[in-house]
Design a protein around this ligand. Sequence first.
Ligand code: HEM
Length: 227
Amino acid sequence: MQRTARRTGWTIAGLVLLFVLIQGFVWHSVSRGTLGLSGNPSAIERLVGPRASLFALFAHMVSGALVTLLSVIQLAGPIRQRWPRVHRMSGRVLAVMALLTGVGGLIYVALSGTVGGPLMSMGFGVYGVLMITAAIQTPRLAMARDYARHRRWGLRLIVLGLGSWLYRLHYGLWYGITCTIGEQTCGLAAEPDFSGLFDQIQVFAFYAPYLLALEWWLRRAPAPIRT
Ligand code: HEM
């Protein structure tokens, strides 16, 4: 009993910490997106391509910010258990926003490519397809009352929803570590045009290893289903 209470306490502390950590990126994403959608050219920075493609990317930043935020909320077991209606409502919004985010990102990749070239376009393209798939599967399986599969797809959607933040976190940690070691190593294998080895690994590393870890965990511990 005491162990369960302690575990719940740690879970809540972890979720609160995660919620706090994502705030900077959520704010950055929503402000750059709204700035771009309002036609302010300062939001463009390195982005290229036709107006439709820029519009799609700015819109994906706004919806993506919500995806990041709602992913943490959906992960919160205590909210799901105490307020199932909140879980269902925010789950619906998350699925729709994830769908829009994936489509917006893919439109930009198709029309403009990416700053890092074909490999980055491939990594981000696969990310977009996976997000769209999870955004369709999660609510579809809930509606079909297949709760075991709904839970698995929901967890995949959450991992993907946090992927974009993880991408920035990896860079932050990499620069933090390499720059602490010394001036020579600062930003090692990370280039401004994203052609470095670290950049190339990163185009898949912000979601693929986390999805694999989740699959491994799901196979090891298939949990009882209550939604
Ligand atoms: C959690 C969801 C997401 C959020 C919050 C998000 C946010 C952002 C932000 C803020 C940028 C601009 C770069 C920056 O200021 O850091 C960006 C760029 C981009 N995102 Fe997303 N994104 C998300 C998901 C996706 C998905 C699913 C795709 C799928 C294709 C995608 C594709 C792209 C592309 C192609 C770029 C431009 C890369 C370049 O500079 O060439 N994003 N995203």
